[in-house]
Write a protein that binds this ligand. Structure first.
Ligand code: NDP
Ligand code: OXD
Length: 309
């Protein structure tokens, strides 16, 4: 029985080699090569072409090779009755934490502004900021958000987080549910989005939410482009309510050449590279789940089909 890798970037061969080396007994196929559709029991997917999952009648489960699964739910043709697994990985989480902390320090130490000033040969010191001057609010205290929260606490940041169910993390103020969102926002001077993209969270980074942040707040979105209402961000940056934004994810990726974000001085763009599944780190859990499936055991890192994450 076999596993097929379905993704549209240039990493199929990398994943295939890593899986084959780790589990020579499992037949691993790229969806681009000829393969026996009837034998495929597992589809390892990353932003697969819609419809690609319909050709496997004996599929047992769908495995996302990233943390997010929004692209699977967005494929209306994907089988509805199958379990979905995702990646929960310490390296993915620590990489995300490093990315967000880099963005926070760039803002804190005014590196973004000084870079712009440099293009104008402008020597203009800004107010000096320290870690203790900022409270960081994290939307989503899951596998990624919780690691970030702990790292921020280690740095000495005042840290708070918001999630569906209340979390207990030392020195992190925990908010839960929509009733507590306004209080959480009112004190988040740097807002980081690490939510999954679901019906509930789509468009959550909008004008109404931004208005509830303190004046001068800075926004970091490393979750999904669908969380953000782009025009609302631009309006709130232009009217001075927000001081800047670091964005790693976009509605359309790659971001189209004519998108206003590119030329906006207060928007800092990275190309969906905050953290990326590392094959060496992630392959063992893919193999472990394959073997669990064969033994009829419960799978690791299952997604709730009801909640959509
Ligand atoms: P998790 O599922 O582990 O955590 C999600 C968190 O969000 C949980 O704390 C959950 O609450 C909370 N949450 C979900 N819906 C709501 C809601 N409606 N209201 C309040 N809280 C909510 O996800 P991960 O931490 O592993 O990943 C988060 C996202 O990061 C991924 O879905 C992906 O989109 C993105 N990502 C981006 C990457 C990049 O390179 N830019 C890399 C990896 C991931 P509760 O715990 O109570 O359920
Ligand atoms: C993920 C991502 O979800 O890379 O893992 O965005």
């Amino acid at each position: 029985m076999s596993l097929v890798i379905i993704r549209q970037d240039d990493k199929i061969e990398l994943w295939k080699k890593a899986l084959q080396e780790a589990a020579p007994d499992i037949k691993i196929y790229s969806f681009l090569e000829e393969h026996p559709a009837n034998e495929i029991e597992v589809a390892l997917v990353w932003k697969h072409p819609k419809g690609a999952l319909t050709q496997y009648p004996n599929l047992k489960y769908i495995a996302s090779s990233g943390a997010g699964v929004d692209f699977i739910f967005e494929d209306e043709t994907a089988p509805k009755d199958l379990p979905i697994t995702r990646v929960v990985d310490t390296m993915l989480a620590s990489d995300m934490s490093e990315y967000v902390i880099a963005a926070i320090f760039s803002h804190l130490k005014n590196f973004y502004t000084y870079k712009i000033n440099q293009t104008k040969s402008l020597w203009k010191p800004k107010k000096y900021n320290r870690i203790i001057d900022f409270k960081v609010g994290i939307l989503g205290l899951g596998a990624l958000g919780a690691v970030l929260a702990k790292d921020l606490v280690r740095f000495g940041f005042k840290t708070q987080g918001w999630s569906n169910s209340r979390k207990k993390i030392q020195k992190v103020k925990a908010f839960a549910g929509s009733d507590e969102l306004p209080d959480f926002l009112a004190t988040s001077e740097i807002l980081v989005c690490l939510l999954p993209l679901t019906d509930e969270t789509s468009g959550i980074l909008n004008k109404e939410l931004f208005t509830k942040l303190p004046k001068g707040a800075f926004v970091i979105n490393a979750a999904r482009g669908g969380h953000l209402v782009d025009e609302d961000l631009i309006e709130m940056l232009d009217n001075g309510h927000l001081s800047g934004a670091t964005l790693d994810v976009f509605h359309q990726e790659p971001l189209s050449k004519d998108h206003p974000f590119w030329k906006h001085e207060k928007v800092h763009i990275t190309p969906h590279y905050a953290s990326v599944s590392d094959t060496a780190s992630v392959v063992p859990q893919i193999i472990e789940n394959y073997s669990r499936m064969q033994k009829g055991q419960s799978l690791l890192n299952l997604v709730s089909i009801d909640k959509g994450y």
